[in-house]
Design a protein around this ligand. Structure first.
Ligand code: UD1
Ligand code: CA
Length: 460
């Protein structure tokens, strides 16, 4: 905004019921890329650095308010749904005359900051800016009616339009910006003399024309940006658009994406050079991928950091982990929250790691559970090793010092310390301190019973 611009108040209309979603979840809470639709709109609104953001919510919208309680917005209740004009009116008492009001919609999530910036007047002259679109099929939308000279005269709703007006393909997106002082005046003049008996926000356009206030239409560059989400099909449409955009940004940033249509980014990804993402990778929350990271097919990575040169093989789930450089992960490995791996760690197939630290060069290559444990460097966790961290009530910690080798099928019953360089014999269940540098075996001795006969079935 330029220095001369009026302070901005954004009003997000979100009092709709969203029945067509056929869901117990309110429409504006339906997730797009893992975030509620309304959260996308709030974030975009906030990127304009407005003086305030108002969200008009409806009856039954308490859940919306509760879920987004942390957002720095002012919630305004519209008790009864009496139209878009009436909805905007609910926020107006809070907004000073000198502000510009920008009206957005809780179910139009892909609107871009750059587009909205075009609606904000720079100069001192009062005007109304209206976001419009050209629709191949304008059914359902309000039509932009222009006069012979091409000036916008009014908006007519589909349900109130004449045959000739129905043929107009220039449509109202609903998004507009206008001076608060004038909007307040016009909203007070709205009538419900229309087919829906509602207070139409769109009627302010004709009132502006009457007051000789300039109405400037701004054509939206892409239809998807102004798509209102009413049902699950439209939700999938915006998700697909989001997915394509996110993949494109990664590719333009140098990431090799096996198939952009089969990559889902539901958060923020930062990355180094020469990262490769195979098909059906899902990245959620904050994900950081170092130089040369390769992610195999079918992996879910959430709120995690993966160090340079690390390869994640197929079908891994990595949640809230910090994985060091040059590690090998998977295939079929699972990280539950909060693990940290140093350089060169190998975690193989069917290994689960939770809330643990693994030192440089440590390995757990097959079929193991490592939970609440701290492993030193060069530890080798044998196939089938289980860290028994949970006694049914409490979780206990395990410390495994450098260079320990655990034999196949060992059980380490926590709390326990395994000293540096210790070897645990296969099949051992250890419950007490395992001294360093020695072989500890804790299993029944093998014996052979001489003269034993295998039972045989009696013949009938
Ligand atoms: C509205 C516009 C129409 C435009 C279309 C774009 C009006 C009268 N018409 O029509 O010109 O082409 O949007 O999608 O404005 N809402 C409330 N409270 C209300 C009524 C609506 O908060 O009392 C909110 C809804 O949650 C929704 C939005 O306003 O997000 C639009 O309402 P809706 O009834 O869907 O308007 P349309 O009839 O589609
Ligand atoms: Ca309506």
């Amino acid at each position: 905004m330029s220095d001369t611009a009026a302070p901005l108040s954004v009003v997000i209309l979100a009092a709709g019921e969203g029945k067509r979603m056929r869901s117990a979840l309110p429409k504006v809470l339906q997730p797009l890329a893992g975030r509620p639709l309304l959260k996308h709109v709030i974030d975009t609104a906030r990127s304009l650095e407005p003086a305030a953001v108002y969200v008009v919510y409806g009856h039954g919208g308490e859940r919306v308010r509760a879920q987004l309680a942390a957002e720095p917005v002012t919630w305004t209740l519209q008790e009864e749904r009496r139209g878009t004009g009436h909805a905007l009116l609910q926020a107006m008492p809070h907004i000073p005359d000198g502000h510009t009001v920008l009206v957005l919609y809780g179910d139009v999530p892909l609107i871009r900051r750059a587009t909205l910036a075009q609606l904000l007047p720079g100069g001192a002259r009062a005007q109304v800016r209206l976001l419009t679109m050209k629709a191949d099929d304008p059914a359902g939308y309000g039509r932009i009616v222009r006069d012979r000279s091409g000036s916008v005269r009014r908006i007519v709703e589909q349900k109130d339009a004449s045959r000739a007006q129905l043929a107009i393909r220039e449509c109202n997106t609903g998004v507009l910006a206008a001076p608060a002082r004038l909007l307040r005046k016009w909203l007070a003049l709205l009538k419900t003399d229309n087919s829906q008996r509602e207070y139409y926000l769109t009627d302010v356009i004709a009132l502006a024309v009457k007051d000789r206030i300039a109405v400037k239409p701004v054509l939206a560059a892409q239809a998807i940006e102004v798509l209102g989400v009413n049902d699950k099909a439209q939700l999938a449409q915006v998700e697909a658009a989001w997915r394509a955009q996110a993949a494109r940004e990664l590719m333009l940033g140098g990431v090799t994406v096996a198939d952009p249509a089969r990559l889902d980014v539901r958060g923020t990804v930062t990355h180094g050079t020469d990262v490769f993402l195979d098909v059906n990778v899902v990245l959620e929350g904050q994900v950081a991928l170092g130089d040369g990271v390769r992610v195999g097919p079918g992996c879910l990575i959430r709120n995690s950091e993966i160090g340079a040169g690390t390869e994640v093989f197929a079908y891994c789930v990595i949640d809230a982990a910090v994985i060091g450089p040059d590690c090998n992960i998977g295939p079929f490995a699972r990280f539950r929250p909060s693990s940290t791996l140093a350089r060169g760690v190998h975690i193989g197939n069917f290994v689960e790691v939770k809330n643990s630290r693994l030192g440089e060069g440590s390995k757990a290559n097959h079929l193991a559970y490592v939970g609440d444990a701290q492993l030193g460097a060069r530890v080798n966790i044998g196939a089938g090793t289980i860290v028994a961290n949970y006694d049914g009530a409490n979780k206990h910690r395990t410390v495994v010092e450098d260079d320990v080798h655990t034999g196949s099928n060992s059980v380490l019953v926590a709390p326990i310390v395994v000293g540096a360089g210790a070897t645990i014999g296969a099949g051992s269940t250890v419950t007490r301190v395992v001294p360093g540098g020695k072989l500890t075996v804790a299993r029944a001795r093998q014996q052979t019973i001489e003269g034993w006969r295998r039972p045989v079935k009696e013949k009938k």
